[in-house]
Design a protein around this ligand. Structure first.
Ligand code: C2E
Ligand code: MG
Ligand code: MG
Ligand code: MG
Length: 283
């Protein structure tokens, strides 16, 4: 198949490219329907305190109802089409509503982390909208933790630092997500008034394959603590990893070893649960 671009110029698409494009359009259509008909839901994955084994907070992770297409696939498409703006506010509002519900029902409420895309950060109304949603349900802003990736922060450093300062002033917590996948300098950490860094799974996986990476992780944890940042590690799948990372002083753990992302009813039960994996006698 060929398509004309101007005069006498042809770009040829391979059948794989056509297939990919068709798939993308398909997903885009699905997303549009979901935005219109509330076709999304949130799952919650606990972040466990490595010292006490208690759930410290949750991360909200979006899903398309009745579909197993992963966010890793549809979020980039939502970003390209701009739909992520609406989707992002939906996710935040759902999380805030969940907290309101837990407070009203006397559940031992935990903070919820909400992922923020680079595209959302570019929205000039971002801070105002976030605060509006939190105020609408009258919850303590510190119960919301915005997870912003290292690479999103790097897009427009000066501006993003100002945005984060504004959010922090309102009491909202900030986590630097997917730390170790971008190429920001450690020095950058000293400029961002965040509360947490979340070390990416790929970094942990590499760590166990490569002795040098362990030293880097050790150094990052040390530096983070010096800067008053708590360290969350994501993608903990086995006890070896957990033991090692705990001994290194990493504060919170998120991963299948503890729990996969779960429905809200299940998450509610976890609010008062203590993971025995963290008890010294189990280690
Ligand atoms: P993320 O923010 O880094 O989220 C962590 C991802 O790792 C989640 O994948 C989670 O299910 C997965 N995970 C956690 N523990 C383990 C483990 O032990 N092993 C393995 N193999 N995976 C683990 P998920 O839910 O598929 O989300 C993927 C990415 O999609 C997220 O990465 C985030 O970047 C994005 N995403 C998810 N929900 C949202 C959202 O509401 N808004 C935005 N903007 N992005 C979202
Ligand atoms: Mg995240
Ligand atoms: Mg992450
Ligand atoms: Mg990640």
């Amino acid at each position: 198949k060929a398509k004309a671009e101007g005069r006498n110029t042809y770009i040829f698409f391979s059948s794989e490219m056509v297939e990919e494009l068709e798939q993308k359009l398909e997903v885009e259509k699905l997303l549009l329907e979901c935005v219109k008909n509330r076709g999304f839901k949130l799952l919650y994955q606990p972040q466990v305190c490595s010292r006490t084994g208690r759930v410290h907070s949750f991360e909200a992770l979006i899903r398309i109802k009745d579909s197993n297409i992963s966010p890793a696939k549809f979020i980039p498409i939502a970003e390209e089409s701009g739909m992520i703006i609406d989707i992002g506010y939906f996710v935040l509002e759902e999380a805030v509503k969940q907290i309101r519900d837990w407070i009203d029902r006397n559940v031992d409420v935990k903070p919820i982390g909400v992922n923020v895309s680079a595209v959302q950060l570019r929205d000039e109304n971002f801070t105002r909208r976030v605060i509006e949603i939190i105020n609408k349900y009258n919850i303590d802003p510190s119960l919301i933790k915005l997870e912003i990736t290292e690479s999103a922060l790097m897009e427009d450093k000066e501006r993003n630092i100002e945005i984060i300062k504004g959010l922090k002033e309102k009491g909202i917590q900030i986590a630097i997500d997917d730390f170790g996948t971008g190429y920001s300098s450690l020095n950058y950490l000293t400029f961002i008034p965040a509360d947490y860094i979340k070390i990416d799974k790929s970094f942990i996986d590499k760590m166990f394959a490569d002795e040098g990476k362990k030293q880097v992780l050790d150094g990052v944890t040390f530096l983070a603590h010096k800067l008053n940042l708590k360290v969350v590690v994501e993608g903990i799948e086995d006890r070896e990893q957990f033991k090692y990372l705990k001994s290194m002083g990493c504060d919170f753990m998120q991963g299948y070893l503890f729990s996969k992302p779960v429905e809200k009813e299940e998450a509610e039960k976890l609010c008062s649960y203590i993971f025995k994996e963290c008890h010294p006698s189990e280690m």
